[in-house]
Structure formats: C-alpha cells, structure tokens
Design a protein around this ligand. Structure first.
Ligand SMILES: CC(=O)SCCNC(=O)CCNC(=O)[C@H](O)C(C)(C)COP(=O)(O)OP(=O)(O)OC[C@H]1O[C@@H](n2cnc3c(N)ncnc32)[C@H](O)[C@@H]1OP(=O)(O)O
Length: 409
C-alpha cells in the first residue's frame, strides 16, 4: 500500500470529514454542528492521508492559547479530528500523521500540544500524558441539602435566551479563563460552540436553557442547563442536566447551584464535567450520595521541553535536573535543569547529574498541576535519583486550582 500524506485542500473537506464521521460510527452530525467544525477547520494545519483518490486518514490542529499555572496564556496546538479509515487501520497511518504534526507544531513555535482522546490508550505512545480530569456526579436533590455562603441572597437570577445572553456569558468566561490552568482562551467563532444544541443530541431533555446571575446590574455568572422531564407512578422524577456553570466569585456560583438543585419537578442534578476541586462538593450535605467519578479530559504533550517548562511558573522554588526520555521527539531527550519559582523559570541543557528520571509523558501529565509527580513515582513512572528532589519538584509543579477544560474540541 502506498499512501500520500499532505495538507488538506479546502475543496476536499467534505470527503475528508466524511472519513472522520465514519470512523466515529457514521451517524451524520447535525448540519449546524458540521458547519461549525467546517468553519473552525484550519485548512493549512489539517492533514489528509490518501490512497490514490481515497481519503483514508485525517488529523487537524487548532491554534489555541492555553492557561498554564501562574496564569500565562501559552500558544498550544489543539490536535483534533483524528481518524483512520477502518479499511486502513493498524498500518501506521496514525503514527505518520502524529510524526508530521509534531514536526509542524515545533516549526510553528508551539511548545505544547493538547488533545481530548476518544480512547486514553491511543496517545501515550506519542508522548501525551493525562493532564486534566473532570468530575461527574449526580446530586440526589431529594436527600442532599445545600449550604450556601453568606451573601448568596444578594445575587439575582434571571432566565435568559441562550443566544441573546451569549455575549454576557462569554464575558464571564473570558474572566474565568486566566484563573484556571487548562482553560482555552476563546478564539474567533468558538463562542458558537456552547450554542450548538441539535435536537438529536438531547436524549429527551429540553433545549439548552440559560440563567444569568447578576449583582448590582452586572452579570457575575451563568449556567447553561437542560431539564429532562420524567414521570414515575410516584410522581415527578425529572432531572436537571448541567452543561455549564461559571461565576466570578463563590456567591455567584453558589446561587446558581442552589437554583439548579431546586428546580421544581426534578429529583436530581446531573453533572457531566466539572473541575475536580469544584465548590459544589463542599456545598452539599452528603457528597457520597452524589457518587462522584473521575474521567480523563485533556492530554498534553511538551513539544519543546525547555520552552514549555519556562512558559509556566512554579508555586514553590525548584531547582532540579530532569533526565528526559522522548523516543518520538528525540530533540527533547537528555538532561535539563529547571530553576524557577512563582515569578518565572529557566530550563537549560546541563551535564550535571540527574535528580529525577522520567519520560516526556510524565512531564506532560504533571505540567498543569493536576497530576502529581509523587503519584506518578508511586506507579514507577518517575524515578528519584537525589533524595528530596521528588517532593521538591512535585510541590513546585502543583497548582492551588485544579486544571480543567470545560469543553471538547
Ligand atoms: C484527538 C482526537 O481526535 S481523538 C480521536 C481518535 N480517533 C478515533 O478514535 C476514531 C476511530 N479510530 C481510528 O480512527 C483509528 O483506529 C486510530 C486513529 C485510533 C488509530 O489509527 P491507526 O492508523 O490504526 O494507528 P497506527 O497503525 O498508527 O497505530 C499505532 C499504534 O497505536 C496502537 N493503537 C492504535 N489505535 C489504538 C487504539 N484505539 N487502542 C489501543 N492502541 C491503539 C496500534 O496498535 C499501534 O501499536 P504498535 O505501535 O505497538 O503496533
């Protein structure tokens, strides 16, 4: 089999995207969703693999800015739309696209690549580590009580149209982005994403609804949610499905949670993807009854170890030498001295003895402060060569706020 890997021509998009749709099961996306992804496609960053005139592989990249610990917004390539035709799988086509893509990202000066994986097992071999997790939970609102902080009653809530309130919600979103590692600054047109609500995806629930939280006439928070009405022989048995909730402070968020937990004719609030340190866990009277579970979300790879480690800050002083393994991007291999604190960092090549030995995948997992180096060492994935270096680096890499990505791409 001879295949050709080349940059996508815009006229080929429908065939190219069709391969992706088929690889994901072949159920056509709603027209408005398909149109959004077409509009968001960066053609010069999209790769197609062709077997004659047959498209058999797809991979794209978005030009993102990612919040990192310390609050900086760092250029990152958002790997997306990856698929290989079922007729051509397990012959190295994905590997060839990952190779080309990481070389391209490096040439473009992006020191970080991120993706959300259809299956977590796929991308570790290419140096990606799991950098953020999200919590899922179901709050049984017939049993669980909420205690809200003082001042919550000072927040006014207002039902608003999803589209009409978009600008106000985006303004809140923009203020939250720098406060949490893992979030992506909105690029043009991405504000359309939260408004995509095809009836076929609702699984019996209402269209997306919006409630704004306001104080002194200013919008300080919002929630996007839906109601799934259900009736049992014993009465109303509906659910509230939370799509998004953001507030500029604790009371704005608490007011929104209190609203969601008290919608008439419902018995539960379904939470699909929230930060692992989210406040709702501390507002509820019985977290066990909410059955929280974790799920991997953002997989992150350091494309250039030194530039990436210098782009974030460290919550405690750190001075360690890493011995980095990186078979897929060998320019990262070898020994690097990271010196940094809360103000900034340098990361340079060194011939000094190594303090910690790990692969680039572990550095990617720890990069946003959501996975500790100590926990990776406990799994044998980081080796400590100088006593004390593991705790020093692990504390420094941490983040007071858990990293989180609120949407897929
Ligand atoms: C960011 C995103 O877009 S995530 C979306 C990813 N896409 C999908 O899940 C759609 C359905 N799946 C597919 O299209 C394909 O199976 C892909 C893209 C996952 C893999 O493509 P392939 O061309 O078959 O991968 P390739 O042949 O390069 O495999 C490389 C290695 O990964 C392994 N691998 C590939 N896919 C998987 C998988 N789903 N699970 C576990 N291992 C896998 C292969 O076994 C191979 O291992 P080896 O090097 O030890 O032999």
């Amino acid at each position: 089999m001879t295949t050709e890997l080349r940059v996508l021509d815009p006229t080929e998009w429908d065939r190219w995207y069709g391969v992706l749709e088929l690889a994901f099961g072949g159920v056509p996306e709603a027209p408005e969703e398909r149109q959004l992804w077409r509009d968001l496609t960066e053609f010069d960053r999209s790769l197609g693999v062709w077997d004659g005139d047959l498209c058999v592989g797809t991979a794209g990249a978005f030009t993102f800015r990612l919040t990192v610990p310390g609050g900086a917004s760092v250029p990152a390539g958002g790997v997306t739309m990856v698929s290989v035709a079922g007729t051509h799988r397990r012959r190295g086509i994905l590997t060839s696209m990952m190779r080309r893509q990481l070389d391209d990202l490096r040439a473009a000066g992006e020191s970080i690549a991120v993706l959300t994986a259809s299956e977590p097992e796929i991308y570790g071999r290419f140096g990606y580590g799991v950098a953020t997790y999200a919590a899922r939970a179901t709050i049984d609102t017939t049993r669980v009580r909420l205690s809200v902080p003082e001042g919550t009653d000072g927040v006014a809530l207002r039902q608003a149209g999803l589209t009409e309130s978009s600008a106000a919600c985006e303004a809140v979103y923009a203020r939250v982005v720098p406060t949490r590692p893992g979030m992506l600054a909105r690029q043009p047109e991405w504000e359309r994403l939260p408004l995509i609500d095809p009836p076929g995806d609702r699984a019996g629930s209402s269209p997306r609804l919006c409630v704004l939280a306001e104080r002194a006439g200013e919008v300080v928070g919002f929630t996007h949610y839906a109601i799934k009405p259900e009736w049992a022989s014993t009465g109303a048995d509906g659910a509230v499905v939370v799509h998004q909730l953001m507030g500029l402070d604790a009371v704005a968020e608490a007011a929104l949670w209190r609203f969601l937990c008290s919608v008439d004719l419902t018995r539960e609030v379904q939470i699909h993807s929230r930060p692992v340190d989210d406040a709702w866990q501390h507002l509820v009277s019985d977290v066990r009854r909410c059955a929280p579970t974790l799920r991997d979300v953002l997989h992150l790879r350091l494309v250039e170890v030194s530039a990436a480690l210098e782009a974030r800050t460290y919550q405690a002083p750190v001075d360690v030498v890493f011995e980095v393994e990186d078979a897929f991007c060998p320019w990262n291999e070898g020994r690097w001295r990271l010196t940094g604190d809360a103000k900034g960092a340098t990361c340079v090549r060194t011939s000094d003895p190594a303090d910690l030995e790990l692969s680039v995948r572990e550095l990617g997992a720890a990069y946003l402060g959501g996975t500790s180096l100590v926990s990776l060492a406990a799994a044998g994935r980081v080796r400590e060569l100088r006593e004390g270096a593991l705790v020093e680096a692990s504390v420094a890499f941490g983040s007071p706020v858990a990293p989180w990505l609120p949407h897929g791409f």
